[in-house]
Ligand binder design. Sequence first.
Ligand code: ZN
Length: 247
Amino acid sequence: MRYLILSDIHANLTALEAALAAAKGRWDKAVCLGDLVGYGPDPNEVVNRVRELDAVTIRGNHDKAVTGLTDPEEFNPVAHNAVLWTRAQLDPGNRDYLQNLPMGPLQVDAFSIVHGSVHDEDEYIFAPELALPGLIDAPSSVVFFGHTHIQGGFTKKRDDLAALHPKPSGENKFSTVSIEPNTTYLLNPGSIGQPRDADPRAAFAISDLENKSVEFWRIPYDIQTVQERMSRAGLPEALILRLAFGR
Ligand code: ZN
C-alpha cells in the first residue's frame, strides 16, 4: 500500500489540488494529520475534498478551535481572527465532521499518525531533543506528525538522534528517504497550505513502507490566486503575505 500523507492544509484548496494532481495515480489511500482549516480562504471546499478522498484523518489544533472544542483566545491575534472568520463560514455538516475527528495517535497499517507529538496533540516538535520522548515511546517504528509546517523529521538509531532534511531541490519533485531497520522515525510531510520552512511550495509525503521508502514532495501552486481570495475575504494581511515566503 502506498499512502498519501497530507497535513496542515489550512483551507488552501489551490495548494491541495496542485498536490493531488502531482500525486495522481501514485497512492492507494490518503491520510490527513489535521488542521484542515484555519488561515486560508477555502474551509468548506477543503473539508469537502478531504471527505471525498475518504482520508483517514485526525484533528489538529485549528480544527478544535473552529468547532469550539478549545478556546481560540489561546491563539495569537492573527490566528484568532482567522478562527472566527472560519467559524462563520463553515457549513453545519463540515463543522460536525471536524468536531468529531479523532485525536492522535492513531495506528494506520504499519505506521501511526499524530498532529503534534506522540504525547500531546498540541506540542511542537522542532528539534531532536524535543523529538526524543516521542521516539522512545513511538507506537510504531514510523510515526508521521504535522503541526510545525516544517518538512523533514527526526530519527533514533540506538543512542543516535538525527534530524532529516529531505527537501527536494532543482527539477526534482520529491526526495526519497530509505527506512532502515532498528531505527525509529518521526516524519513530517510538511504543510500543504502554509509551509513555514522557507519554501512556499506545497509539501506532502508518500509512504511505501513495504518497499521501505518515504517520498517527500514539493509542488508549486498559484499562490497569488489564494492571496486574492484571502484579501476579498478580509483575512489578516500577515497571513496573506507569509504564503509567498513560506514562513
Ligand atoms: Zn497547522
